[in-house]
Design a protein around this ligand. Structure first.
Ligand SMILES: [Zn+2]
Length: 168
């Protein structure tokens, strides 16, 4: 296992992934790996007991460690680039927990998860990307940390209907 992170208990969230040394903004932390499974197969998990990462409308990676241990945060310090690489979006100091926003990978027809990340701007519900506030969607799209199938769908939608919710 890489020496840039270590597994530790993470409060109420169970285990999490923490930095073992400074990880610089833009640095790749890990690749999400595991067998590809269908949406139907993800239902074997009760919420919180496993979090397969969505990579297409009906396709998921059934995550292996260490990727499966990365927790969600509404104030993430990492994000997923090119569908499967966890990358730091800010400098992450030694000993900090590494988290990404699960909504950047979610387009699940309204399946949601309660959030207890504890960040000041916690949304309390983790849901599909398209339900995020528009400013947060834009931030994640600008950082290029939205799964490509979601970004493509949004762009197609904007091309067809224009940007909904933009200021009048
Ligand atoms: Zn939260």
């Amino acid at each position: 296992m890489s020496e840039i992170f270590k597994i530790k208990e993470s409060g109420s969230l169970g285990r999490g992934l923490f930095t073992a040394k400074l990880i610089k903004k833009g640095e790749q932390i890990l690749e999400f790996k595991g067998p590809i499974i269908s949406y139907e197969e993800t239902k074997k998990y009760i919420p919180d007991m496993g979090n397969p990462i969505q990579i297409a409308s009906y396709e998921y990676i059934d995550l292996l460690a260490p990727g499966v241990l990365v927790n969600h945060s509404c104030s993430p310090n990492a994000g997923v680039k090119n569908d499967r690489y966890l990358v730091a979006i800010e400098d992450i100091l030694p000993g900090q927990e590494i988290c990404y926003d699960y909504s950047t990978t979610m387009d699940e027809n309204n399946w949601t998860l309660e959030c207890k990340c504890g960040s000041p701007n916690c949304r309390h519900i983790i849901g599909d990307f398209r339900h995020l506030p528009l400013d947060i969607q834009k931030k994640y799209l600008d950082l290029n940390i939205v799964q490509s199938f979601i970004a493509k769908k949004l762009l197609a939608n904007i091309a067809q209907h224009g940007i909904s919710g933009s200021g009048n």
